[in-house]
Design a binder for this molecule. Structure first.
Ligand code: C2E
Ligand code: CA
Length: 398
């Protein structure tokens, strides 16, 4: 279904007629001309199914009789609605957050949630987010992300690392970079890792992929060094990478060949799947630390990055998941989690990195909470290796 991206049409869904009128009037006062209203999720869905052009933005209530907002969001995902969504409700903030998380899980483009009563300023600020470029996250099910295509891509050297800086919050010093895999596909352009990493993990290809990213990243570090920039490099590894007991020795050999010191290498570990034999990764991680390689617990606070891992594995860096950083400015629950993660990190003498810092407000908050390092679009987006020295030169602490 085609949508006209330059027109800003809005559909408001709420069972409360009074609320529909208020929201429509507020939208009008904000300059929106194409506003439609529906008094139920079912009515909105049948409207969307009939229409050839979908609204750019859907505002929806959560607590509606018959089809509630959670079910409505799920149905929006089922019909493939690709516009922006704002959830508006008088429900508890935690339920609003849960609905937002669910919507993200369904790959919907959710701008955020607002508590009723909504002021025109709040609505305006939330709507302004729809102007930000929406980069749809690649879906694991994309038809070309097959194990055969990935295998062929690996053989042809199509997987390359891009690098995103991590900076020290207090001084602005560039503390290092994280290597993020990109698939330079000959016909489909640059492909994000969410598309190919899960497929590579499930098909026994992740070790080859990680090794290729590792090798190229260390070579890049060597090139930066030769140009006068000593930059620490972090590489993402899955638990599926930590299956061969000689991994530490092989990594050290690779580092030596590239002239990179072990303490300038960090591995960011996420446990995307439970490992069959937890003793093997434990053995590998312990020996990596003994060899002075840095270990970072990635996406802390979500999925499998848990407190028990913090206890069992010898991490020296903790990366707080983006979602907490993103929401912390406005959501006290997310802020409490971010604050606790910082305190926990300090207690374990770990460096704490805030991921996904996108705004000055978030930067100020992570600084106030005592995060050591920050990473995110506010500082820099991931970039090709050769671009990094010029970025460092131009970088000014906010
Ligand atoms: P991650 O380790 O949590 O990496 C951070 C992701 O957040 C990156 O997405 C990065 O581009 C994105 N990001 C950074 N700053 C911001 C920001 O301010 N706002 C937003 N919205 N996003 C930001 P990317 O490159 O798509 O990577 C996704 C995930 O893929 C990574 O998450 C990592 O788990 C995995 N991955 C990437 N490269 C590799 C690799 O070489 N090996 C393995 N095993 N996994 C990898
Ligand atoms: Ca990472």
């Amino acid at each position: 279904m085609n949508r006209e991206h330059d027109a800003h049409s809005v559909l408001v869904v709420d069972d409360d007629q009074f609320m529909l009128k208020i929201l429509a009037r507020t939208l009008e006062s904000l300059g929106y001309a194409a506003i439609a209203t529906c008094a139920s999720g079912a009515e909105a869905l049948s409207r969307l199914k009939r229409e050839t052009e979908w609204p750019d933005i859907v505002l929806c209530d959560l607590n509606m009789p018959e089809m509630d907002g959670v079910e409505f969001l799920r149905k929006l995902a089922e019909i493939g609605y690709d516009g922006a969504i704002i959830v508006i409700s008088g429900e508890d903030k935690r339920i609003l957050s849960t609905a937002e998380t669910l919507a993200r899980g369904h790959q919907l483009h959710i701008l955020g949630h607002l508590e009723k009563p909504v002021t025109p300023d709040q609505l305006k600020a939330m709507l302004a987010r729809s102007q930000l470029r929406h980069e749809p996250r690649a879906r694991a099910s994309a038809e070309f992300c097959t194990s055969d295509e990935i295998r062929a891509g690996l053989a042809q050297g199509q997987f390359v690392p891009w690098f995103q800086p991590k900076v020290e919050v207090v001084t602005g010093w560039v503390a290092g970079v994280e290597a993020l895999a990109r698939w330079r596909h000959p016909t489909r352009g640059m492909i994000a890792p969410d598309c190919f990493i899960p497929v590579a993990e499930q098909n026994g290809l992740i070790q080859e992929l990680t090794w290729s990213i590792l090798t190229q990243s260390l070579r890049q570090a060597q090139a930066w060094h030769e140009q006068g920039n000593d930059i620490k490099v972090a590489i993402n590894v899955s638990m599926d990478d930590l299956v061969r007991l000689d991994f530490p020795e092989q990594l050290l050999e690779l580092a030596q060949a590239a002239g990179v010191k072990p303490f300038n290498i960090t591995l960011e570990v996420t446990e995307s799947r439970l490992s069959n034999n937890p003793l093997v990764p434990l053995d590998i991680l312990a020996r990596l630390r003994l060899k002075r390689i840095g270990l970072s617990i990635d996406d802390f606070g979500t999925g499998y990055s848990t407190l028990s891992q913090l206890k069992d594995f010898p991490f020296d860096e903790l990366k707080v998941a983006q979602s907490f950083v993103r929401d912390a400015v406005q959501d006290p629950t997310a802020r409490a989690i971010l604050e606790s993660a910082v305190n926990l990190g300090k207690k374990f003498s770990m460096r704490v990195v805030a991921e996904g810092v996108e705004t000055k407000e978030q930067w100020n908050l992570v600084a106030a909470l005592g995060c050591d390092n920050a990473q995110g679009y506010f500082i820099a987006k991931p970039m090709p290796g050769p671009d990094l020295p010029a970025w460092i030169k131009a970088w000014k602490t906010p």
